[in-house]
Design a protein around this ligand. Structure first.
Ligand SMILES: *Cc1c(COP(=O)(O)O)cnc(C)c1O
Length: 465
């Protein structure tokens, strides 16, 4: 399977190259040349497979013979064996026609672990095979960073730099990144918001000289391996519910559009999904786009669901290529508009294509908190604020189209957002042992202004290639 850039200006490359590079040299994102199909019979045959076996079957379709069955199987095994015994991503009923897919049972208690553990093991495998060294720089709105630290700490050949917006992530999220003692992990608090962090990372990737000098790589959701690993749980959840012929809808709390894009790929492969619900907080660029056809960047507003405090949803560019019917020149034009004017406009045809597969909804802080209270009072369940955005969307969708069934992705464990939960419910969720252990530890991290030059100096000084 070959991978090409959404902007069409980089040569097509193998899975390994696409994954190790992260971002394409033309600034685009890698996608597979074709989307593999899965027949309904094959989907039926997926029933009863373990998560690890299901991952293997699905991933195999996207990775050429360059990675042997045994190696892929070992990598998948190493990635998920730490998630615990039994079903570590159960789909549970919450109320009539509503289900929750719990994705917070991994090492850092957010769905990011599913993809990050996979990428960590994949990189380790590739780096062991050669003598290469890599510098990974990633921006985080909270959970990516923690998952990356957990996946890469102590991994040979990798130096990890994590940029997080100072004061804009929860304390537990910060502690998860700043309390590890491995010398290859470098958390940095940036004086800015998540979009500043993301922009700095993108600028580094635009500097080919720097990129080559430090062997730069990205594990943000722009990395195809992240998208790939996330496709699997959409299959698992839909199989678990075992619909008889109905198409299901899936509500996905959304920031960078990575998770929901994985759901879109699952649908494209043949999984019976009707609509994908893009659920956001008040940073609602995608909802506005769906309403007006104009994708317009505004300032990021801090919210109680900080992992979704994003205005530029990087992975939307991947969908854009489909909305433009594969015409990468049009994608380039739209992305240039975004750089020059902070906005681009979708034609009516493209907007209609967007609406065909997606639905959008958003919630203010008040609404997210109301939803947390509602679910607690009526179902005795504590959900995280991001998950609440998903449930708001699910409820709205079901009201508009009675009889629809919706799975909402529960993207993080509520204890990662204790202050908000405490404020809302007057009680604090129990902290699982996995998170508890970071509480008493000393923190170690650096501060930088949102200036790419300073970041380059910082990285260069730490990386001795
Ligand atoms: C990252 C994250 C999201 C958003 O996912 P994207 O793939 O960036 O759209 C939602 N909820 C939580 C808890 C997250 O950590």
């Amino acid at each position: 399977m070959l991978y090409l850039s959404t902007r069409g200006q980089s040569p097509s490359i193998s899975f390994k190259e696409a994954v190790l590079a992260g971002l394409a040299t033309d600034g685009g994102l890698y996608i597979p040349v074709t989307c593999p199909n899965v027949s309904s019979e094959e989907i039926r045959n997926f029933n009863g497979l373990s998560y690890i076996d299901l991952s293997f079957r699905i991933m195999r379709k996207f990775i050429g013979p360059e990675l042997s069955d045994t190696n892929l199987s070992d990598i998948v095994h190493a990635s998920y064996c730490g998630f615990g015994v039994g079903d570590f991503c159960p789909t549970e009923p919450v109320e009539k026609n509503q289900y929750l897919l719990e994705l917070f049972h991994g090492p850092t208690l957010a769905f990011k672990d599913f993809a990050m553990q996979f990428i960590g093991n994949l990189f380790e495998f590739y780096l062991k095979a050669g003598s290469e060294k890599l510098t990974i720089v990633t921006a985080t709105s909270g959970d990516t960073g923690a998952a990356a630290v957990e996946a890469f700490k102590g991994k040979e050949g990798v130096e990890l730099f994590v940029l997080f917006p100072q004061g804009r992530i929860s304390k537990l999220q910060r502690l998860q990144m700043t309390t590890v003692s491995h010398s290859n992990v470098h958390p940095i608090a940036i004086e800015g918001d998540f979009d500043d962090c993301q922009r700095m990372v993108k600028t580094l990737f635009g500097d080919n000289q720097f990129k080559c000098r430090v062997s730069l790589s990205a594990v943000n959701s722009i990395n195809w391996a992240r998208i790939l690993a996330q496709i699997v749980y959409f299959f698992k959840s839909v199989l678990d519910i075992n619909l008889s012929g109905d198409r299901i809808n899936v509500a996905v709390p959304t920031g960078n559009f990575g998770d929901v894009y994985s759901g879109y790929i699952a649908k494209k492969m043949g999984l019976p999904i009707n609509k994908l619900l893009i659920a956001t907080n008040k940073n609602d660029i995608l909802k506005r786009t769906m309403e007006t056809g104009i994708y317009e960047k505004k300032d990021v507003i801090p919210s109680v669901a900080p992992s979704m405090d994003i205005q530029i949803s990087s992975n939307f560019e991947r969908l854009l290529l489909d909305l433009c019917e594969g015409n990468s020149r049009d994608v380039c034009m739209l992305m240039n508009d975004l750089t020059d004017n902070d906005a681009f406009k979708l034609s009516k045809k493209r907007l209609d294509r967007f609406k065909k597969d997606f639905y959008s909804c958003s919630g203010t802080d008040e609404q997210l908190k109301e939803e947390i209270s509602y679910i607690y009072k009526n179902h005795d369940r504590i959900i995280c604020p991001h998950t609440a955005a998903g449930i708001i969307g699910a409820r709205k969708f079901i009201n508009e189209r009675p009889g629809s069934k919706v799975i909402t992705l529960a993207t993080a464990h509520p204890s990662k957002f204790r202050d908000t939960i405490g404020d809302t419910l007057g009680i604090e969720p129990d902290i699982p042992a996995r998170l508890q252990k970071v509480l008493g530890l000393a923190e170690n991290y650096d501060f930088l202004p949102a200036k790419t030059d300073l970041l380059k100096e910082f990285i260069t000084a730490k990386v001795q290639h």
